[in-house]
Design a protein around this ligand. Structure first.
Ligand code: ES4
Ligand code: ZN
Length: 326
């Protein structure tokens, strides 16, 4: 029935979330003011009007430019705290959060400032918001393999705060195999491994992420559907895929939500999850993505529950905690 009190959002884990992609215009302007940084936009509305993207690169240009306002430990703590408050309202109970250290060290912000600031907010998240958290350190794939290695070494003093490494930024022309060495070091250090693959790049990049990097999850992976053998492999091994439907529409990976391959991926037996990617830029947080696919694809309650359950199956949780959610 359509009457009665609105139901709370389904409990879920968020597994594909770039913390820098949660920088809302309001906070961007507040931090610009606090740090004396001049933004090339006069108003929040003018900035919002720039959120019209042709592809991944056109988004990344704005994403990296706006990060100029993030300078101090407090800035990173405030950014993460603002995300966690929004995530709680969206039913998120567990969040595995990407960050891009090279995007900050390149601007002269030390990696320790970034990690300590984020960690401060995450340390309070269980008590304040009822959200458990993990940090995933991503390498920028359009930077060199040596830069990724240097970043990993710079992060060594903080590895107790980091659960996994990831790979993001401009995909085409930067195959996963370029980062074989740093992934081997990360695995030796006891970290989990994930990588963006098959967002704009071909199914071959998903194969490399699996077979060369040995990843535990694939971020996006939508283009896997172009390769029948790859689909069979992902299904057989139950490799989780962290889909980001609203992101795919805004970055024109798909034409519109109604054309999203999510239902076909579920039918193929893939372990798919729904996530928000860069919610400040793409029009919605975790539950907004659930609601959007429900409405555009006509997903029923049972399918939405499967997606929420998959998010906990795919999370880097200890088994006792996972069992609480399954
Ligand atoms: C990203 Cl949507 C997306 N793809 C690749 N890299 C990224 N970094 C932030 N958002
Ligand atoms: Zn992403």
């Amino acid at each position: 029935p359509s009457t009665g009190a609105p139901r709370p959002p389904l409990p879920k884990a968020e597994l594909h979330l770039h913390i820098e992609g949660t920088l809302e215009p309001e906070l961007a302007f507040a931090l610009a003011e606090r740090n004396g940084v001049k933004l090339p936009y006069a108003t929040q509305d003018e900035l919002r009007r720039a959120y019209s993207f042709a592809d991944l690169q056109s988004f990344l240009n704005l994403y990296y430019a706006l990060m100029a306002v993030l300078r101090t430990e407090d800035d990173f703590a405030d950014l993460a705290d603002a995300y966690l408050a929004r995530a709680e309202a969206q039913g998120v109970r567990h969040a595995e959060i990407f960050f891009d250290p090279q995007a900050h060290t390149a601007r002269g912000v030390p990696i320790g400032t970034v990690i300590r600031g984020l960690a401060r907010a995450l340390d309070g998240a269980q008590e304040t918001y009822g959200i458990s958290t993990r940090l995933i350190m991503c390498f920028l794939r359009d930077e060199s393999a040596d830069s990724a290695l240097e970043t990993f070494e710079a992060a060594r003093p903080y590895l107790d705060r980091i659960t996994a490494v990831g790979l993001d930024s401009a995909e085409v022309g930067h195959p996963p195999s370029k980062f074989k060495e740093v992934y081997a070091l990360a695995r030796e250090a006891g970290l989990k491994c994930v990588a963006h693959a098959g967002e704009e790049g071909p199914p071959a990049y998903v194969w490399e992420a699996l077979d060369v990097l040995g990843v535990d999850r694939i971020d996006h992976g939508v283009r896997s559907m172009e390769d029948e053998r790859l689909v069979a492999r992902l299904a057989a091994d139950q490799v989780p895929l962290t889909l980001c439907p609203l992101s795919n529409v805004r970055l024109r990976v798909i034409d519109d939500l109604a054309a999203h391959p999510l239902p076909a991926m579920l039918d193929a037996g893939l372990l798919v999850t729904v996530n928000s990617d860069d919610p400040a830029y793409f029009g919605g947080y975790a539950d907004d993505n659930f609601t959007a696919v429900r409405d555009a694809l006509g997903l029923g309650e049972e399918t939405l529950r499967t997606l929420a359950r998959n998010s906990f199956r795919a999370a880097f949780l200890d088994e006792a905690t996972r069992a609480k959610y399954l």
